[in-house]
Design a protein around this ligand. Structure first.
Ligand SMILES: NC(=O)C1=CN([C@@H]2O[C@H](COP(=O)(O)OP(=O)(O)OC[C@H]3O[C@@H](n4cnc5c(N)ncnc54)[C@H](OP(=O)(O)O)[C@@H]3O)[C@@H](O)[C@H]2O)[C@@H](O)CC1
Ligand SMILES: Nc1ncnc2c1ncn2[C@@H]1O[C@H](COP(=O)(O)OP(=O)(O)O)[C@@H](O)[C@H]1O
Ligand SMILES: [Mg+2]
Length: 299
């Protein structure tokens, strides 16, 4: 595997003065359940803060109003539910919504059920570029070897616990660099697909497509707080919606997300930092990163 950690970061295209929202992609976030309305909201808001042209959050009807109330800039779509989580009927609505999406995210706050496993299984076989996170990773893990190769670009974003479920065994040392590199590459191979990327979270987030890998240098322990991963999911989804390939999207997103965390920690400290602070510092993180990537493009 080639180590591209020190290669220039991928960049988003410059915005033409005449461009419109349709040029920056339609993103769909599928997530949420009773008690976990915040997770898809954080992903949706991070997606907007990372440049997606239009963002919709599809969420069980029981939490739709709550999810909608967090942000006026995204749309929400109600999914059939049982008062707590989505039910089988939601699958048809999601399939329809995906027809209009340039990229999607599935998982944050979904919870666990047979209907959720079926929905994730169905979405896995569609060509839409997709971030697979949180409970959707648990559904994939349950599919085991019966799982087909994905039909489109995928970025899977496990933390060490989700990685253990997905790969079938825990990391013997979650912070060992070579083990992280080799185990994530093995997982990519076992998943199959032409553009499958695994981003293993943590203090040294690693991103690999099986041929290349990069270790992210930004981020801090202030980010060890609920919801920060949901923010990352939204950032990656926005970059997929804007046309970046899976590896570039995951690498650039990890950098900007960690930088937002570093800027937030410099101001607020690592103790008080929350996931919503990352949303507040994403603009400055993007400004700094855009200057950096434009500089490397000029060289
Ligand atoms: N505001 C909201 O709505 C929020 C909603 N959220 C939603 O909650 C749902 C559940 O997601 P989850 O990640 O909290 O729980 P789960 O999948 O059970 O994994 C935890 C298990 O894995 C283990 N573990 C080992 N290493 C680990 C590591 N490095 N990082 C983390 N865990 C690690 C850990 O073991 P431990 O070491 O703690 O004993 C534990 O056994 C999901 O839908 C998510 O989107 C959250 O995003 C928060 C904000
Ligand atoms: N010690 C740390 N150093 C750097 N980044 C961290 C640290 N702890 C957590 N993070 C980052 O915070 C995020 C946590 O994601 P996740 O565990 O999925 O949280 P949640 O599901 O609550 O949103 C990941 O991006 C991870 O890399
Ligand atoms: Mg998570």
């Amino acid at each position: 595997m080639i180590d591209v950690t020190h290669d220039p970061l991928p960049a988003l295209r410059d915005r033409l003065a005449t461009s419109h929202k349709g040029d920056y992609g339609r993103a769909l976030v599928v997530g949420g359940s009773l008690g976990m309305a915040g997770a898809p909201a954080l992903a949706g808001m991070a997606c907007l803060r990372s440049g997606a042209g239009l963002v919709s959050v599809a969420t069980p009807r029981c939490v739709q109003a709550t999810v909608a109330s967090f942000c006026a800039a995204y749309m929400t779509q109600p999914l059939a539910d049982d008062g707590e989580r989505l039910v089988d009927k939601a699958g048809q609505a999601v399939a329809k919504l995906l027809e209009d999406a340039d990229a999607a995210a599935i998982g944050p706050g979904l919870g666990r059920s047979d209907a959720i496993n079926s929905l994730v299984g169905a979405m896995w076989t569609l060509p839409t570029p997709m971030v697979v996170d949180a409970d959707a990773l648990n559904s994939l893990a349950l599919m085991g070897s019966s799982r087909a190769a994905p039909a489109g670009p995928r970025v899977l974003t496990p933390h060490a616990g989700e990685f253990a479920r997905l790969s079938g065994s825990p990391l013997s040392d979650p912070n060992h660099p070579e083990e992280r590199r080799d185990r994530t590459a093995e997982l990519v191979q076992s998943l199959g697909g032409d553009q499958t990327v695994v981003l293993l979270k943590g203090a040294h987030t690693i991103i690999t497509d099986g041929d290349r890998y990069a270790v992210n240098a930004t981020g801090n322990p202030g980010m060890a707080t609920g919801g920060t991963g949901d923010v990352l999911t939204g950032v990656i989804t926005a970059l997929l919606a804007q046309g970046l390939d899976a590896f570039a999207a995951a690498r650039l997103a990890a950098h900007v997300h960690g930088l937002a965390g570093d800027l937030a920690a410099a101001k607020l400290g690592v103790i008080a930092l929350t996931a919503t602070d990352l949303l507040d510092y994403l603009p400055e993180a993007w400004n700094q990163t855009t200057k950096l990537t434009q500089l490397s493009a000029d060289i």
